[in-house]
Design a protein around this ligand. Structure first.
Ligand code: ADP
Ligand code: MG
Ligand code: ZN
Length: 617
C-alpha cells in the first residue's frame, strides 16, 4: 500500500462518520423543548412515544400542525422535569456530541506513532544511501543514470580504432534492428570491454550510445552491492525493465568485477548479497531477447576474476580489448584533447607522444590539462611546448621539490650517478637516446633522474637489449664506484628494477643457458601492474632449481655491471666533464650531452664486452 491509498482510506472513514452524524440529525424532523412535549402530551396530540437513551420522539396525530408527523425532544430527568414544570417556562436539556472528541482520542495517538515510525525509518534509510526511503527499497531510481543523449561520439575516442571497429556493428544494429533480424543473425547479448584503467572504456561505451542515438542506462557494479540481501537483485531487475521499456537502448555496467567476481564455495563473512545479485544478472542475461534492441555493455580491468558463468557463450560472449595506445594512438588522443586548449605554434603532438610511451588516454588527458595549468600560472596567453615537457616531468617524476636541498657532497654523488646512467646509455648500441638528465630532486625518493626517449614502441626485446637495459640501470652505481669508490643507497631503485628484468629473463623468457627454456614463474596479471612488487615471485621451481635460478640472475647482473663499469672507466674524462656541467646547470638536455660526448668510447668500437664465463655450478 502506498502513501496515497493510505490517505484516501483515512479521508473516506472520516467522511462516512460525518455523513452518518448528519443523517442522524436530519432524522429529527422537528426539535421541540421538553416542556412543549409535555404540554403536547397533556393536550393529547401525540399518539405514540419512543423513549431513547437521550431523547424521546413522539408521533403526532394526523393533520395537526400541517405536515409535521414527528417531534423530538431531548430527555430531561423526570424528577427535574416535575420541578421545572411548575414554573411554566419552556425548558430542554442540551447534550453535547461526544463524537469528535472520541474520534480524536483514538486517531491522534495513532497518528503520532505513525509519524515517529516514518521519521525513524527515513533517517535510517537515508544513512544507508537508499535514497527513496523505506517505502521504496529496491527501486533503483536514484542509482541508474539515464542519459537520453550522451553527446559523445566515436570522434572523441581516439587511438583505439580496432575496438571502435568492433563496436561499429553494435551501433549499426541499434540503428536498424530489423535489418539484422533478416538473415536470422542475432546480436551478441553482452559485450565486455576489457583493458587497463584509463584507456577509455567508459568513454567508448558512451560513444556507442551517442553514435547510435539511443538512451544510455549506466550503473556501476559496486552500486549493486547493498547492505540488504536482495536489494541488488531487485536493482538488476529494475534496470533491465526500464531499459526494455525504452528500447532500443544500451545498458552499461561499469566496473563489472565488483559484482561479477567468481563465486567462491566458502566465503568468510558471506557474499550472499553479491551472489544473489550476480545470479539475478545471469537470469536477466538469459531471459532477455536481444531482438528488442537492448544491448548490454560492461567494462572491467580485471577480466580474470570474473565468474566463468558470466563469460560463457550467450552472455558476455564478446570481449573487446581496449589497450594502451601506441604512438600513433597517443598522437590522435593528444589531438582530441589539445583541441580544447589554446596552443602555441611550437607545440607538436608527435613530439609529446614521443615522450609519453606507456601513458593511457586518461594520463594524456591529464597531461594536456596540467600543461594548460602551467601556462596559466606563468600568465602566458597560449600553451607552449615547454609547458608540455614540464607537465610530463611532473607526472613522470612527481612534483618538483625546489625547497629540498641536497648538501654539496650529495649533489656531487647524484650528478655522477646520473651521468653514469646517461653515458652507459649513449655508449651502448641501440639504447634509447637520453633526452634529459637532472639533479633537481623530485617527489619522494628520486634525487635526480635520467630520462630516455624511446624511439619507438617496443613489443619484442632481445636478450642483448635486455642486458643493455640492465647495464644502463647499473650505470649510476658503476660511476659512483669508479669516482668515489663507495656504494650508496641512491642505487636501490635501479638495482631493484635491474633484478626484476634479470629474473624475468631467467624464469619467464627462457634466456639463460643454464636454466633453459622453462618457465618457472606463474603468469603475471595481464593488465594491472603487479601488486606484490619486486620481491619473492610466485616461483614454482624445486629447491635445487631455485638455487640455480638465483645464481643465474646474479650472473646476469654481475656481467651487466662489469660492462657498465668498463664503459664509465673508459670514458672517465667525459664523465667528469658532464658531471661538472650538470652540477653547474642542474639539467642537461640532449643537445648538450651529444656535444659533450662527441669523443665517447662506445661498446663494440673501443670498449670490449667482458667475457661471459659460464659458471660451473
Ligand atoms: P576507463 O573507463 O577505461 O578507466 P575512461 O573512459 O573513464 O577510462 O577515461 C577517462 C578519461 O580519459 C576520459 O574521460 C577521456 O578524457 C580520457 N581518455 C581515455 N581514453 C581516451 C581515448 N582513447 N581518447 C580520448 N580520450 C581518452
Ligand atoms: Mg571506467
Ligand atoms: Zn639511478
Amino acid at each position: 500500500m502506498n502513501k496515497q491509498n493510505l490517505y484516501f482510506a483515512i479521508f473516506a472513514i472520516f467522511g462516512i462518520l460525518i455523513v452518518h452524524e448528519f443523517w442522524q440529525q436530519s432524522q429529527t424532523v422537528e426539535a421541540v423543548p421538553y416542556s412543549r412535549l409535555e404540554t403536547m402530551l397533556k393536550e393529547g396530540q401525540i399518539t405514540e412515544l419512543k423513549i431513547y437513551d437521550n431523547y424521546i420522539t413522539g408521533t403526532l396525530k394526523d393533520g395537526v400542525d400541517g405536515t409535521k408527523q414527528v417531534v423530538v425532544a431531548n430527555r430531561v430527568d423526570p424528577r427535574l422535569a416535575e420541578q421545572l414544570g411548575r414554573y411554566n417556562i419552556p425548558f430542554t436539556q442540551v447534550y453535547e456530541s461526544k463524537f469528535f472528541s472520541t474520534l480524536l482520542s483514538w486517531v491522534v495517538p495513532a497518528l503520532i506513532f505513525f509519524g515517529i515510525w516514518m521519521l525513524i525509518f527515513r533517517k535510517f534509510a537515508g544513512k544507508q544511501g537508499m535514497g527513496g526511503g523505506f517505502m521504496n527499497i529496491g527501486k533503483s531510481k536514484a542509482k541508474v543514470y539515464v542519459e537520453q543523449q550522451t553527446g559523445v561520439s566515436f570522434e572523441d575516442v581516439a587511438g583505439v580504432d580496432e575496438s571502435k571497429e568492433e563496436l561499429q556493428e553494435i551501433v549499426d544494429f541499434l540503428k536498424a534492428p530489423e535489418e539484422y533480424g533478416k538473415l536470422g543473425a542475432r546480436m551478441p547479448k553482452g559485450i565486455l570491454l576489457v583493458g587497463p584503467p584509463g584507456t577509455g572504456k567508459t568513454l567508448l561505451a558512451r560513444a556507442v550510445a551517442g553514435e547510435a542515438e539511443v538512451p544510455f542506462f549506466s550503473i556501476s557494479g559496486s552500486e549493486f552491492v547493498e547492505m540488504f540481501v536482495g536489494v541488488g537483485a531487485a536493482r538488476v531487475r529494475d534496470l533491465f525493465e526500464q531499459a526494455r521499456k525504452s528500447a532500443p537502448a544500451i545498458i552499461f555496467i561499469d566496473e563489472l568485477d565488483a559484482l561479477g567476481r567468481a563465486r567462491t564455495a566458502a566465503g568468510f563473512g558471506g557474499n550472499d548479497e553479491r551472489e544473489q545479485t550476480l545470479n539475478q544478472l545471469l537470469v536477466e542475461l538469459d531471459g532477455f531477447d536481444p531482438t528488442v534492441g537492448v544491448v548490454l555493455l560492461a567494462a572491467t580491468n580485471r577480466p580474470e576474476v570474473l565468474d566463468p558463468a558470466l563469460l560463457r557463450a550467450g552472455r558476455f560472449d564478446r570481449q573487446v580489448l581496449v589497450d594502451r595506445p601506441d604512438k600513433t594512438g597517443r598522437i590522435a588522443i593528444l589531438q582530441v584533447h589539445m583541441k580544447k586548449v589554446l596552443l602555441d605554434d611550437d607545440v607538436n603532438a608527435e613530439q609529446v607522444a614521443d615522450l609519453t610511451t606507456g601513458f593511457s588516454g586518461a594520463d594524456l588527458a591529464n597531461l594536456v590539462n596540467e600543461a594548460a595549468l602551467l601556462a596559466t600560472r606563468r600568465k602566458a596567453d597560449k600553451v607552449a611546448m615547454e609547458d608540455f615537457t614540464q607537465a610530463i616531468e611532473r607526472i613522470v617524476a612527481g612534483l618538483e621539490k625546489k625547497n629540498r636541498l641536497l648538501n654539496p657532497k650529495e649533489r656531487r654523488i647524484v650528478a655522477y650517478h646520473e651521468v653514469g646512467h646517461a653515458l652507459t646509455a649513449l655508449a651502448l648500441p641501440g639504447s634509447d637516446p637520453v633526452y634529459k638528465i637532472s639533479i633537481i630532486p623530485r617527489g619522494i625518493g628520486a634525487l635526480g633522474y635520467t630520462m630516455q626517449r624511446p624511439t619507438e614502441d617496443r613489443f619484442l626485446m632481445t636478450k642483448e637489449e635486455l642486458e643493455y637495459k640492465i647495464a644502463v640501470l647499473l650505470g649510476g652505481r658503476a660511476a659512483e664506484k669508479l669516482i668515489f669508490n663507495h656504494l650508496s643507497t641512491g642505487a636501490a631503485d635501479d638495482i631493484a628494477r635491474a633484478t626484476d628484468i634479470a629474473r624475468n629473463m631467467v624464469t619467464r623468457y627462457g634466456m639463460d643457458d643454464d636454466i633453459g627454456f622453462v618457465v618457472y614463474e606463474e603468469r603475471q596479471h595481464p593488465f594491472l601492474p603487479q601488486q606484490q612488487g619486486p620481491g619473492p615471485h610466485g616461483c614454482n621451481a624445486s629447491d635445487n632449481t631455485a638455487r640455480r635460478i638465483d645464481a643465474s640472475v646474479r650472473r646476469i647482473i654481475d656481467d651487466s655491471f662489469a660492462l657498465s663499469y668498463r664503459i664509465v672507466e673508459r670514458n672517465r674524462g667525459q664523465l667528469e666533464r658532464c658531471a661538472q656541467l650538470l652540477l653547474e646547470k642542474e639539467t642537461l638536455l640532449e643537445g648538450e650531452l651529444v656535444e659533450l660526448t662527441r669523443d665517447l668510447h662506445r661498446v663494440g668500437d673501443d670498449v670490449q664486452r667482458p667475457e661471459t664465463e659460464l659458471s660451473p655450478t
